[in-house]
Design a protein around this ligand. Structure first.
Ligand code: GRF
Length: 205
């Protein structure tokens, strides 16, 4: 099913989301489905893929969403490619959904207050450099935490450091492994991220 533009205001202006992803793109897919069901009243203008061959690109292709694949080995190249994509698609909201590279400072400045990220822990705990993927959940279990969860936050110049917008708490079960915890948290991410996107876009009008 392709994404038809949704008129979200009386002025006829369609809000636009751009998603950045480096992996399987299950959060990206949850955004696509929320747009298709009308829960998010906006258009996914484009996907910035961190590398070729990732699941997120397949989701974009299936939904008819334009995408660009980064080919940047330096911060300068990354910055220039992101500026180019954002200038082309003019997003109202930029969503990092499993994007593994740090957003260059000049890009953060140019799009301040517009970039959000989802992280699989209760930030500020278990965030920052090295805390990604399964490493997050391993650290949570090794520390003997009784709860974890996911956070959506604004992106600033540091990893996982911007203001927290909303979080969902997930209890740690007895006998939990990093994989079982990751799975239950991911299911919550798929609800939290579209809900926050919808809220932020409504606030902008
Ligand atoms: C999610 O756990 C997200 O919180 C983190 O990266 C993972 C991406 O998963 N930033 P997916 O590619 O959306 O399935």
């Amino acid at each position: 099913m392709s994404l038809l533009p949704v008129d979200t205001s009386q002025t006829g202006v369609v809000k636009k989301i751009v998603v950045l992803a480096s992996g399987s793109g299950s959060n990206f897919q949850s955004i696509i489905e929320s747009v298709q069901s009308g829960r998010i009243k906006a258009n996914v203008a484009g996907l910035v893929a961190g590398k070729p061959g990732i699941g997120a690109i397949e989701h974009a292709e299936k939904a008819g969403i334009p995408f660009t694949i980064l080919d940047a080995s330096t911060t300068e190249e990354l910055s220039s490619q992101l500026h180019k994509a954002f200038n082309r698609w003019q997003p109202n909201l930029i969503v990092l959904a499993g994007f593994l590279r740090k957003i260059p400072d000049d890009v953060v400045k140019a799009w301040e207050g517009t970039i959000i990220n989802i992280h699989p822990s209760l930030l500020p705990k278990y965030g920052g450099k090295g805390f990604y993927g399964i490493h997050v959940h391993k650290a949570v279990l090794e520390a003997g935490e009784t709860e974890s969860g996911c956070s959506v936050h604004y992106v600033n110049e540091k990893y996982d450091d911007g203001d927290i917008i909303r979080q969902t708490t997930v209890p740690v079960h007895p006998g939990e492994t990093p994989d079982t915890l990751a799975k239950r948290i991911l299911a919550e991410e798929h609800k939290l991220l579209p809900a926050v996107i919808s809220e932020l876009l409504n606030r902008q009008s």
